[in-house]
Design a protein around this ligand. Structure first.
Ligand SMILES: Cc1cc2nc3c(=O)[nH]c(=O)nc-3n(C[C@H](O)[C@H](O)[C@H](O)COP(=O)(O)O)c2cc1C
Length: 427
């Protein structure tokens, strides 16, 4: 978890900075906020102090004199707040960044707590999130100042376009907190030491969600998968440094930032997408609930009742994507399958592990409380190849959140890659 120093300046967008402070604190980061005098006209320092559980820095000299509520080390004259904060921070974010602060940074002015902190923060990632009226933003002097900031190593999260608070329409609206958080997460990952990113340099291919098999233009066969498990694995693999491709069936989840998402509908679409990308993948995790069967025929017009009580549906089997991957994987590829069972979990999962040539299989029982579709937790049994196909190594993992489970699965697979404990591919 990082030390994030958040600078807030005088803009209506200051309210969005409250979301940033709140989200980062909830995510476990330590957040300190420095406000300019103008920023305090829009949001109170108390809001940020409450959200971050730390005194908001608002004044350079009052804090040193110990005569206001902002001193965090007031009685020790050896502590100079703007220098201490600059040394403490892993990441400096100014959101919103006014035209004024951008100009001051470009010129090296240090006439208040925030600008002095900025100047004392010499190394480390730093992000500016401009927010202003479109005319101020497009003004040549602002653009020149932004270019100087880029040259000084600042990452600029470009403002969006649309109706601005002043009723003008154009570019200048500060980017939404989610996009700023994604940019910060990217920069934090990029500056993390390699040993903390066990999947750095690996391509990870993940499938997630259900498939839909059309019957006619308005109906389809599908299952209850929400994609939560596969998406959690994709996000976790990204956070562990991997280059991630997610082949996703239709779900209502947002595409994870920094992940290449391929949207598919049918099992055959998913098969095509996997076949195209499989050989580039070091690690493939198939968490999708792929429909085993599809209607033999997809009729072009809506099927009408026409007075019938029963109709016959003729189904045919879909391609077995996991089996194909198991047959084609090379010795240096790692393959993890998922199995959802309602009975004989271990026996069925052991059969699947061996017959699909998986390096690991994660099985769960739909009838176990806290496991299965649409819940945020899972209870799984993990199988790995043992001495013989009849004797797999079986581990029962306790109930845990899908994000935590994603991390455990990836840690386990990363360890497996290092011990070369995979079933060799069929020749
Ligand atoms: C209602 C209102 C909204 C403002 N919004 C912005 C803004 O979005 N961006 C900006 O650069 N300046 C904006 N300003 C002007 C700044 O607050 C002003 O330039 C101030 O000196 C910035 O100081 P600071 O950079 O120290 O925070 C606004 C002023 C007012 C009165």
């Amino acid at each position: 978890m990082a030390h994030i120093l958040l600078g807030v300046t005088g803009s209506i967008a200051a309210f969005k900075a409250c979301h940033l402070a709140s989200d980062w604190s909830k995510q476990g980061h330590e957040v300190r906020v420095v406000m300019t005098a103008a920023a305090q006209e829009f949001v109170t320092p108390l809001t940020f102090s409450s959200l971050t559980h730390t005194q908001t820095r608002t004044s350079m000299f009052a804090a040193q004199r110990n005569d206001c509520d902002v001193a965090h080390t007031p009685s020790d004259p050896l502590h100079i707040n703007h220098v201490d904060d600059a040394k403490w921070a892993d990441m400096l974010v100014i959101a919103p960044a006014s035209a004024d602060i951008i100009a001051k940074i470009a010129c090296g002015i240090a006439d208040d707590q925030l600008t002095s902190t900025v100047l004392a923060y010499s190394e480390g990632p730093k992000i500016l999130c401009p927010a202003m009226n479109v005319r101020m933003y497009e003004n040549a002097v602002t653009q020149r100042n932004l270019n100087i900031c880029r040259e000084l190593g600042w990452t600029i999260v470009e403002p969006g376009s649309g109706m601005l608070a002043c009723q003008d329409v154009g570019k200048g609206r500060m980017e939404e907190p989610a996009a700023i958080e994604a940019a910060v997460a990217d920069l934090l990952r990029a500056t993390q030491p390699a040993e903390t990113l066990p999947l750095r340099g690996l391509h990870v291919l993940i499938t997630a969600g259900p498939t839909q098999e059309p019957l006619d233009p308005v109906r389809y066969l599908t299952n209850h998968s929400t994609g939560k498990m596969g998406y959690a694995i994709a996000e976790q693999a990204r956070d562990m440094g991997a280059d991630v491709t997610l082949v996703s069936g239709p779900v209502s989840l947002s595409a994870p930032h920094g992940v290449d998402v391929i949207h598919v509908t049918t099992a055959r679409n998913m098969f095509d997408a996997v076949q195209e990308r499989f050989m580039q993948a070091d690690l493939t995790i198939m968490a999708a609930a792929v429909g085993d069967f599809r209607p033999v025929e997809q009729v072009q017009e809506k099927i009408k009742k026409n007075g019938r009580v029963n109709i016959d549906l003729h189904l045919t089997s879909n391609p077995d994507i996991l089996a194909w991957a198991g047959e084609h994987k090379t010795a240096d590829q790692t393959l993890c399958g998922f199995a959802m069972e309602t009975q004989d979990l271990e026996a069925n999962a052991a059969k699947k592990l061996a017959s699909k040539h998986c390096s690991m299989l994660v099985a769960n029982n739909l009838n176990t409380p806290g496991a299965g579709f649409a819940v945020d937790t899972n209870v799984v049994t993990v199988l790995k190849p043992g001495a013989t196909p009849d004797e797999p190594i079986i581990e029962h993992w306790n109930k845990m959140g899908k994000q935590e489970l994603a991390e455990r699965i990836l840690t386990e697979l990363s360890a497996l890659r290092n011990t070369d404990n995979t079933i060799p591919p069929k020749s």
